[in-house]
Design a protein around this ligand. Structure first.
Ligand code: SAH
Ligand code: SF4
Ligand code: F3S
Length: 461
C-alpha cells in the first residue's frame, strides 16, 4: 500500500449487515475556511466511512472521490476553489469514473453556476446537506447527471450524523448553524442560512460520547455562539447556561468556543468567566473596526465605547484573560481618521493575537453597493501598518509566557522531532517539549523556555 493512503479505522458502533461487501473507495478531501467547515469535513468522512471501505489519500490523483469543502468569505478564497477545480479537470478526463464534489459556502452561494465555470463537477452540496452526500453520489451514478442539493433542511443534518468515535484529545462540537446578524459585508447568512440551534440534549450527548473516548478539550462552534438559545420545560437555556451544563461533564477539562459576538456578551457571560474554571482564559472576540462610523456602516450593532466596556468587564471577571480579534481594513468609506481609530484601539487593548483582512466585496451583500474611494494600494498599506501593531503585541504576549508554568494538553508526537511531544496551552499556542509518548492525551504542566514565531518551547515539570 502506498504510504500516502490512510485506512480510516473507525469503530462506528453501527450494525451493518452489508459490512463485508462494502466497496473500496479512496477519498481526497480538501477543506477551506473556518472551523465549521473542518467540523463538516470530519462528519463527511464519517458518513462515507459507514458506506464504503474508505481510505483517505493525500493527493487528488490517487482518489476515486474528490471533495472540496469550500469557503466564500472573501473573493480570494472563492477564486482559489475555481483554480483548484481547473487542476482537477485533466484527472476527470483521464478517469471518467472519478466523482468530483463541491460542498460548503461557495457551493451554497453559487449553486448550479459552478457548472458554468466547471461543467465537469458531479455533485454540489451545501453546509446543511452534508448528510446526503452518499445518496447524491448514488444518484449521480444511476442517472449520470450532476446532482445539486444546497437546500437548508433545518436541523436534519445533525440528526443524521454518526456518533463521534475519534481517538483524539480535542474536538469541535457544532452547537448551531447560520447567522442572523447580517453584517453589511458578510456572506455567511446567505451561505449558511439563518440561525438554527441544536437541542441541548444532543449537544450534551455528543460531548459525553467524546469524553468517553478520551476527548478533554472541547470547542463549541457556531458563527455567533453567544446567540444560542433553546427551550427546556418552558425554561430558556442561553449560551451561558449551555456552558454551565458542559462544565458538569466528567472528563472534559477545557471548554472553548468560536465565534462569539461583542453585542451578546451578557452579564451572565461575565459570571461564567468568574465561575467556570474549565472555560479557558482565551477569547476570540471580533471587533472589525475602531471607528464608530465604520462599525455602524458595517451594521455590527455596537460602538467602540461599548466594545471597550465589554473588554473591561471581561478582564475584571477573569484577570488572566487573553484576547484575540478580527479586523477588516479598507471598508468602503474608511477615512485615514477611521483607520487611525482602529490602530488606536489595537494599541490600547493589546490583543494577544489578531487576524486582519482587506475588505472584499461579496456579491449580494449591502456593502458591495457602497461607494468605495480608497485605492487598493492604500488598503494594503493600512493592512501592513495594522499588522505591525498586532505583531508587536502578540510577540510581547508570547514573551510574557517565558518562565511561567502552563498547563498543556499533550496532543501528539512533534512532526519535526520524534523525541518531542506537542501540546496546546489554554491560549491555543502550540508548545513543543521533550517527554515520553505515554503522556499523549493527558494534561501536563510545563515551564515555557523560549518563543519562536508561531510556537513555544517548554520543559516538562
Ligand atoms: N461570525 C464571526 C466571524 C465570521 S467570518 C464574527 O462575526 O465575528 C471571520 C472573519 O472574516 C470576520 O470576523 C471578518 O473579520 C472577516 N470577514 C468577513 N467578511 C469579510 C469580507 N467581506 N471581507 C473581508 N473580511 C471579511
Ligand atoms: Fe458574518 Fe456578522 Fe454573522 Fe459574523 S456575525 S458571520 S461577520 S454576519
Ligand atoms: Fe468561509 Fe463559510 Fe466558514 S464562508 S468562513 S466556510 S462559514
Amino acid at each position: 500500500m502506498k504510504q500516502s493512503i490512510i485506512k480510516i479505522h473507525r469503530n462506528l458502533d453501527i450494525k451493518n449487515n452489508f459490512s463485508d461487501i462494502k466497496i473500496t473507495k479512496k477519498l481526497f478531501i480538501r477543506t477551506f475556511g473556518c472551523q465549521m467547515n473542518e467540523y463538516d469535513s470530519e462528519k463527511i468522512i464519517d458518513i462515507l466511512n459507514q458506506k464504503y471501505n474508505l481510505f483517505e489519500v493525500k493527493s487528488p490523483d490517487e482518489a476515486d472521490i474528490i471533495i472540496f469543502n469550500t469557503c466564500s468569505i472573501r473573493e480570494k478564497a472563492q477564486e482559489k476553489v475555481f483554480s483548484d477545480l481547473g487542476r482537477i479537470k485533466p484527472l476527470k478526463q483521464k478517469n471518467p469514473e472519478l466523482i468530483l464534489c463541491v460542498g460548503g459556502c461557495v457551493a451554497s452561494q453559487e449553486g448550479n453556476f459552478i457548472l458554468e465555470r466547471a461543467p465537469f463537477v458531479d455533485i454540489i452540496f451545501g453546509p446543511q446537506t452534508i448528510h446526503r452526500i452518499y445518496d447524491l453520489i448514488q444518484k449521480k451514478l444511476q442517472e449520470n447527471l450532476p446532482q445539486i442539493d444546497i437546500s437548508f433542511p433545518e436541523i436534519e443534518k445533525f440528526d443524521s450524523l454518526p456518533i463521534p468515535h475519534r481517538n483524539k484529545s480535542s474536538a469541535f462540537v457544532s452547537i448551531m448553524e447560520g447567522c442572523n446578524k447580517y453584517c453589511s459585508y458578510c456572506i455567511v447568512p446567505y451561505t449558511r442560512g439563518i440561525e438554527i440551534y441544536r437541542p441541548l440534549k444532543d449537544i450534551i450527548f455528543e460531548i459525553k460520547k467524546l469524553s468517553d473516548i478520551g476527548v478533554k478539550d472541547i470547542t463549541l462552534l457556531g458563527q455567533n455562539v453567544n446567540a444560542y438559545k433553546t427551550n427546556i420545560d418552558n425554561k430558556i437555556i442561553d449560551f451561558a447556561s449551555l456552558l454551565e451544563y458542559v462544565h458538569e461533564i466528567n472528563g472534559i477539562e477545557r471548554i472553548r468556543f468560536m465565534t462569539s459576538h461583542p453585542k451578546e456578551m451578557t452579564n451572565k457571560m461575565l459570571d461564567v468567566y468568574k465561575n467556570l474554571y474549565k472555560l479557558v482564559s482565551f477569547l476570540h472576540l471580533p471587533v472589525q473596526s475602531g471607528s464608530d462610523k465604520i462599525l455602524s456602516s458595517m451594521k455590527r450593532g455596537y460602538t467602540v465605547a461599548e466594545f471597550r466596556y465589554v473588554i473591561d468587564q471581561l478582564r475584571k471577571a477573569r484577570p488572566s484573560l487573553a484576547l484575540s480579534t478580527d479586523f477588516i481594513v479598507g471598508f468602503p468609506g474608511e477615512s485615514e481618521e477611521d483607520f487611525e481609530n482602529t490602530i488606536q484601539l489595537a494599541q490600547e487593548i493589546k490583543f494577544s493575537s489578531a487576524f486582519s483582512f482587506i475588505y472584499s466585496a461579496r456579491p449580494g451583500t449591502p456593502a458591495s453597493t457602497f461607494p468605495d474611494n480608497v485605492t487598493y494600494h492604500e488598503k494594503q498599506s493600512r493592512l501592513f501598518k495594522l499588522q505591525e501593531v498586532i505583531n508587536i503585541h502578540s510577540q510581547e504576549f508570547a514573551k510574557s509566557l517565558i518562565g511561567t508554568k502552563q498547563r498543556v494538553l499533550a496532543e501528539n508526537v512533534s512532526t519535526r522531532d520524534e523525541k518531542q511531544i506537542f501540546g496546546r496551552t489554554e491560549y491555543n499556542k502550540i508548545v513543543n517539549f521533550t517527554a515520553p509518548k505515554s503522556i499523549i492525551g493527558t494534561m501536563v504542566d510545563v515551564i515555557i523556555t523560549n518563543v519562536n514565531t508561531n510556537t513555544l518551547n517548554a520543559r516538562l515539570i
